[in-house]
Design a protein around this ligand. Sequence first.
Ligand SMILES: Cc1ncc(COP(=O)(O)O)c(C=O)c1O
Length: 344
Amino acid sequence: MIRKDIKALGAYHVPDSSGMIKLDAMENPFPLPGDLKRSWKAKLGEVELNRYPDADMHDLRAKIAARDGLSADQVLLGNGSDEIIQMLLLAADPGACASPAPTFVMYDLISRWLKRPVTTVPLEADFSLDAKKFLQLCSREKATIAFLACPNNPTGNMWSEATIREIATNFRGMVIIDEAYLPFADRTHTKLIAPNVLILRTYSKVGWAGLRLGYLLGDAKTIAELNKVRLPYNINSLTQASADFFLDHFDVFEKQAKDICLERSRVMDALMAIDGIEIFPSQANFLLIRVKGADSIFEQLKEKNILIKNMNPQGGLLKECLRITIGNKDENGALLLALKEILT
Ligand SMILES: Cc1ncc(COP(=O)(O)O)c(C=O)c1O
């Protein structure tokens, strides 16, 4: 009844985090300010839930596009950027999906669901990406689609502009530059948009993870083709109304992202002062650290009610690595204290 290869897969595991300090999923730690919350609730009260959502979402797409000087027909919306990754992998020419390794797991996982071969190019020891090696492998494996997470998850670094440009201009298939962590990074790649080069983004990390809204920016003709594999009404009415409202108050979320970046520097400095921790540069809202005994440290943090992400089981470059989402001041303080207790 169920395909053998699906039976062999594990389900995407989300650990139970009830009652814990949650620093595992790159969420924004700040709640909505009270006045904004009240006006938002009033706006939601106007939504007609007996009707299907707006299927075309022209005005919402126009509002999103305008922030990058683009037009509504250059935007595709998804139920989280995960859904857009699925649409891209459904629509791209048959052939391998290429990505650096390690990177965001969904490129690989969704490819497998769709029986698309995957090919990965290992990052260098310092997590940099060799564009020549990447392009050679893509051509040898006849890759038709490539994902570049910029900044990369779980390593947190941003590959050089020259590297991204070299891949974007020389790869023959579709190149997706995934800017999920743009709010915490110092560079976007929108100027690289071309018929085969698209920019993927999400509102999850900026504070709307519960809404599930991602978007793809690209050439209008390519977006129109991809729109054919979008499920009707994929963005529910409450998400549409919320996004429309929050985009009018986007400065609030941008300020929160700035505060997260300040906390990131503070946490980084504090971690550097702890013996035995190697910390990697980050342009995202998380830090990757390498420390001896990562499995045990992860478990001990859990016992202290702090949930981070243990990357050690993935092995390779992620051996002895832990990924820590930047939380609010108190959460970060609790994490630093707990780490100091465990390591000294
Ligand atoms: C690089 C990258 N892309 C996409 C996503 C998925 O985001 P969304 O919540 O929009 O599905 C993530 C989530 O962690 C991510 O790290």
